[in-house]
Design a binder for this molecule. Structure first.
Ligand SMILES: *Cc1c(COP(=O)(O)O)cnc(C)c1O
Length: 395
């Protein structure tokens, strides 16, 4: 038995994406920049994919730029807004403390280059407050970059309200929507989103491909110099098969979104209710304002890493923190940002369930997490101290 409950790290490719990609490799393998028919067939596939992606988020095809994934899209969006700001003497950027590292590390570099950065508090529920955002906007603010949904705790930000505030103050708004695209309804025009990052492998498309939506009229800076692909904004021969797979996966995700979300949400809530029965545990992030597939808990007195390994022995693929931070001993910056103390943040578990999760699988997860947590607490010195009263319980 294997239950894959790490869909926030990556997803299994869907059949529609695989089927769409194979002809790109076997038949339409030409270079889209080549003038002969084989090249132009590839070009047509590329432009059809661009149109499909644009219509999935309410954009125009020319506002979609294909990239190598979410990280590149984040880097390019933020660098572009920063460069535009600098031209008019605006070098202040607003973000949050619990963004993905693709955003946080880019901001850190920009700080070294002279930009000032304000990171908004995300509070205990993992949500920014729009009034606090508005209060943080200054004369010299050139960009607000706030993620759509968090990759660790799944909380969904008030994106439309944030977009409205940014529009009112004439500040560019970028959102890292890697966890949201294909999972939540998005309309970039209605929500006043100027730039949006997405990645195919988070919605059952292939890895190594994503896109950046950029509202018409915003000048991008290119990160990769070379040929004139993507209107000169992203050099390099296009990943045609990957892009076609991305579009096919997104089309399928959008078509089934309501049905999938209803099912996942129901199973998510059963999973949360089951895990809440474990003593000295707590759900991380708001209980309802979260991605339909995201469950994230802290269990006091244990190490998340040991929990993961033992769950793996029982066929459950889960995560502690994000895939990017696993392997390092630092607790998740996301859990620290919502106010969890180090010791508690160490004992975290993220289960990101998929569309095809069954109630039996949820029961299996609940049962096994309960057993493994109890087992680990059995020989945890931290737990012993808590039980003897030497240390105080926090949860
Ligand atoms: C996965 C992820 C990224 C990075 O996307 P890649 O395509 O893997 O580079 C960025 N932001 C968020 C929120 C993510 O979940």
């Amino acid at each position: 038995m294997r239950i894959y409950a790490d869909n926030a790290a990556t997803t299994k490719m869907c059949r529609a994406a695989i089927d769409a990609m194979i002809p790109c490799m076997e038949e339409q393998y030409g270079n889209p920049s080549s003038l002969y028919v084989l090249g132009q067939e590839a070009r047509e596939l590329l432009e059809q994919a661009r149109a499909d992606v644009a219509s999935a988020i309410g954009a125009q095809p020319r506002e979609i730029l294909f990239t190598s994934g979410g990280s590149e899209a984040d880097n390019q969006a933020i660098r572009s807004a920063a460069a535009l700001g600098k031209k008019s003497g605006k070098m202040h950027i607003i973000s949050t403390a619990f963004e993905h590292h693709a955003v946080l590390h880019t901001l850190k570099k920009l700080q070294k280059e002279g930009y000032s950065v304000t990171l908004l508090d995300v509070h205990e529920d993992g949500l920014v407050r729009v009034e606090e955002l508005e209060a943080a906007i200054r004369e010299d603010t050139c960009l607000v970059t706030i993620m759509y949904a968090n990759n660790e705790i799944g909380t969904i930000q008030p994106i439309s309200e944030i977009g409205a505030v940014c529009k009112k103050h004439g500040v560019l708004f970028h959102t890292d929507a890697v966890q949201a695209v294909g999972h939540l309804p998005i309309d970039v025009k209605k929500q006043n989103i100027d730039m949006l990052s997405s990645s195919a492998h988070k919605f059952h498309g292939p890895k190594g491909v994503g896109f950046l939506y950029v509202r018409k009229g915003i000048r991008l800076t290119n990160l990769i110099e070379g040929g004139a692909q993507e209107r000169g904004l992203r050099a390099g021969t296009e990943n045609v098969a990957g892009i076609v797979g991305l579009a096919a996966a997104l089309k399928e995700a959008v078509a089934n979104m309501d049905k999938n979300a209803a099912h996942m949400q129901q199973q998510r809530d059963r999973l949360i209710a089951g895990l809440q029965e474990i003593p000295h545990s707590a759900l991380n992030g708001d209980a309802t304002n979260r991605l339909p597939g995201n469950v994230n808990f802290c269990f006091e007195g244990i190490e998340g890493e040991s929990l993961l390994l033992l769950l793996d022995d029982r066929g459950i693929c889960a995560s502690s923190g994000s895939a990017c931070t696993s392997g390092s001993l630092d607790p998740s910056h996301v859990l620290l940002a919502i106010g969890r103390v180090h010791d508690v943040a160490h004992g975290s578990l993220r289960l990101s369930i998929g569309e095809d999760i069954t109630p039996e699988e949820v029961d299996y997860i609940i049962q096994n997490v309960k057993e493994v947590v109890a087992y680990l607490r059995g020989f945890s010195p931290v737990w012993r101290d808590l039980m003897s009263g030497k240390a105080k319980f926090i949860l």
